[in-house]
Design a protein around this ligand. Structure first.
Ligand code: CP3
Length: 378
């Protein structure tokens, strides 16, 4: 009985560090908050030890372990947010597809979608509480165990990125199988993207009900779409997700949570993304902070975007890169992060140096918005 109580999404401990949530909502912060994509990952020896020999998706289905893996990086580094340990591919599983994680290789769908008829294999309606309740339990448990130290981020893959995996069946450098659908099976592509969007909306609302305090949508495969295809097959669905999640939270009298959209290699779409009802736009390292600010104005906060490979540099050099990054973004409306996830061979000490440098340099700089920053440097 006592144990059960911990899983209930209520009476969460009060939040002590709200700098991430404030920055995400464009409110003033005294320093730049920081977290890292894939902060719970194989670069940590304790992660390897906890995961050792266990099936990846079984781990995802075990709330106690998800909670432990989520907390591990926070024990090492003064990060300003936690992200729940899970994976974007739990949604194709919820739709009835088999997905495995091949150690050292990545995800594998033994029976990917090949032809339009294969869409019939997918569930038409998904009850997220039944199919993805294990993620909600992990979120609720973790929210309790965080004891209010930092906010907990929930996430989902975006429709197009999930569609690529469901059709390609594994990683691909061209995405040509999935892109073939966009040219040959336009209607079926939209039917699939619609189905995914509906599940994602329910899933993200469920995550907030379970205790997630912010949500990030990963459009990791934006880069293989050009502006026209992005406008047709990604953006409308990304927009629908933010609009409907916010609407549903409102209808159910739940507090709104900041939403982040990260469209990797989608710099051609930054202006559109900044006009899409997201509070934060995540950036990869291929765009300069000044260009990103110019394209997004003061409409959204920005998150990113140090090249994860910069963490291979000596620690002093990491400090210099971080300082320049913060000077260019400004200290307000900004969340420091990497431009993509941490790689398994990155030295945890260098991750620590990154986090420390963000706090140190942003505290040293005058509080400045992007506009202030430009004026000051003229
Ligand atoms: O960020 C975090 O710390 C939270 C956990 C998280 C994972 N996956 C755990 C994971 C998050 C946010 C994801 C998102 C995810 N998963 C994305 C979007 C972000 C991105 O990288 O673009 C994508 C595309 C996936 C799909 C996926 N999962 C791939 C391609 C791989 C294999 C590549 C790799 O890094 O091994 C995974 C496996 C995976 N997901 C691992 C982790 C920690 C590593 C595998 C393991 O632990 O055995």
């Amino acid at each position: 009985m006592e144990r059960q109580k911990h899983f209930l999404p209520q009476d969460f401990p009060a939040l002590k560090n709200d700098s991430f949530l404030r920055a995400a909502q464009g409110q003033k912060t005294h320093y730049v908050p920081v977290w890292c994509m894939r902060q719970a990952g194989r670069y940590l020896p304790e992660f390897q030890e906890t995961r050792a020999g266990q099936d990846f998706f079984l781990t995802c289905r075990t709330p106690e372990i998800c909670c432990e893996l989520t907390l591990q990086p926070l024990r090492r580094f003064p990060l300003d947010a936690a992200i729940i340990f899970s994976d974007i591919l739990v949604i194709p599983q919820a739709l009835g597809m088999e997905v495995t994680m091949v150690p050292g290789k990545g995800p594998l769908f033994p029976e990917p979608l090949k032809e339009v008829e294969d869409l019939l294999r997918l569930r038409k309606k998904v009850d997220v509480n039944v199919e993805l309740g294990y993620v909600f339990s992990a979120i609720t448990l973790t929210r309790h165990r965080l004891e209010g130290s930092v906010p907990l981020i929930g996430f989902s893959g975006a429709p197009w990125t999930l569609m690529t995996y469901m059709i390609e069946g594994s990683g691909s450098s061209t995405m040509s199988k999935a892109k073939r659908w966009l040219y040959q099976h336009v209607d079926a592509s939209h039917r699939l993207l619609r189905l995914l969007t509906d599940v994602i909306v329910d899933y993200m609302v469920g995550q907030v009900k379970a205790g997630a305090q912010a949500l990030q949508v990963f459009e990791s495969h934006a880069g293989c779409l050009g502006p026209a295809q992005f406008a047709e097959f990604s953006l409308p669905y990304l927009r629908e997700i933010s609009r409907k999640v916010k609407e549903q939270l409102k209808n159910e009298s739940l507090e709104p949570v900041p939403m982040i959209v990260f469209a990797k290699d989608g710099h051609y779409a930054l202006e559109d993304l900044s006009r899409s009802d997201y509070d934060v736009v995540g950036l990869d390292w291929t765009i300069s902070p000044l260009t990103a600010r110019e394209q997004t104005g003061n409409r959204v906060a920005l998150q990113g975007n140090m090249d994860p490979c910069a963490l291979y540099a000596p620690k002093e050099r990491i400090g210099e890169i971080v300082k320049k990054m913060i000077e260019e973004f400004g200290t307000q409306g900004y969340i420091a992060n990497l431009g993509h996830g941490l790689y398994p061979d990155i030295d945890p000490e260098h991750v620590g140096a990154f986090v420390e440098a963000v706090h140190k340099h942003s505290r040293n700089l005058k509080e400045q918005t992007w506009t202030g920053h430009l004026e000051n440097s003229l």
